[in-house]
Write a protein that binds this ligand. Structure first.
Ligand code: ZN
Length: 143
């Protein structure tokens, strides 16, 4: 009794696998990616050579940690927000300054507008005026 039911399930399972294989073969013949393995993603790049938003960077870090070998899908262009545009401007200016071996560059600060930024070899940078302001505020708070 039960064995007949189980038998039907196995027959249907076999049909499903055969159908899935046919679909895969059809898509492969058309040159399409059939299925990205579970737990993997298509976005992959080892080192960012241009500005990436923090969301993109995090996405890349997470997908990289899942798997190294996986199909690569094309990246979808997303319009940058005003804040991201400011970060991109600073990133480009910073990269230029580092390449030229300079310690300072002109960047856009949220508070001070176009102003002088200090950049370190590590790639970190900050607004000079903001740093002074922070120092001043700290001094006032402790006094
Ligand atoms: Zn500033």
């Amino acid at each position: 009794m039960n064995s007949n039911l189980a038998h039907d399930v196995y027959i249907n399972q076999g049909k499903a696998i055969a159908l899935a294989n046919q679909v895969d073969d059809f898509l492969k013949a058309k040159g399409k990616v059939t299925q990205i393995p579970f737990g993997q993603s298509g976005v992959s790049r080892s080192k960012p050579e241009s500005y990436t938003t923090s969301q993109e960077t995090m996405r890349k870090m997470m997908t990289r940690s899942v798997s190294v070998n996986r199909p690569v899908l094309k990246t979808i262009e997303k319009k940058l927000t005003k804040e991201q545009q400011r970060h991109k401007f600073n990133f480009d200016a910073k990269t230029k300054a580092l390449d030229a071996g300079q310690n300072y560059f002109e960047g856009k600060c949220d508070l001070h507008g176009l102003t002088v930024y200090k950049v370190y070899k590590s790639g970190k940078c900050h607004c000079v005026e903001c740093r002074e302001r922070t120092k001043q505020l700290r001094k006032e708070a402790s006094a």
